[in-house]
Design a protein around this ligand. Sequence first.
Ligand code: SF4
Length: 160
Amino acid sequence: MSDLNLPGRWHDALEKVKRWSRINSPWALHFNSGSCNGCDIELLATLTPRFDLERLGVKLQASPRQADILICTGPVTRQARERLLRVYEQMPSPKYVIALGACAVSGGVFQDCYNVVGRVDAVLPVDVYVPGCPPRPEAIIDGMVKLLAQLQAGEKVKSG
Ligand code: SF4
């Protein structure tokens, strides 16, 4: 999109529309880099009508090529590290990362395991940390709201 070579005001208008749509309907990709599945189940619960994360416009997306936000659960295992990096590289910029759960934030109970690289920010730049083992849906919604507030304030407009 940035290669369209539009005149200045059209380029600015297009950037505004892209930013507005990103804030009002971010698409999120979930990646389990070694989680015990507890965090994954809480994330799914957050998407059900009871907690309704979609009311914030958040849509779970299957392909990294259309995702704005990478939600990462679990510590990063040696087996998952390359795949996690590949998925992140396939996402268009600007892209954002949420570390979901104690294991993603700090390594949690899997710290220092022989097959674990460590927490998510040892591999990727993380924008929002959501602690808890597993984090409750309210905490996940709070993390998403914090990321959206940062986007709204323009703090996290990064090139990737
Ligand atoms: S934070 Fe708790 S629930 Fe989530 S992956 Fe780690 S051990 Fe499992």
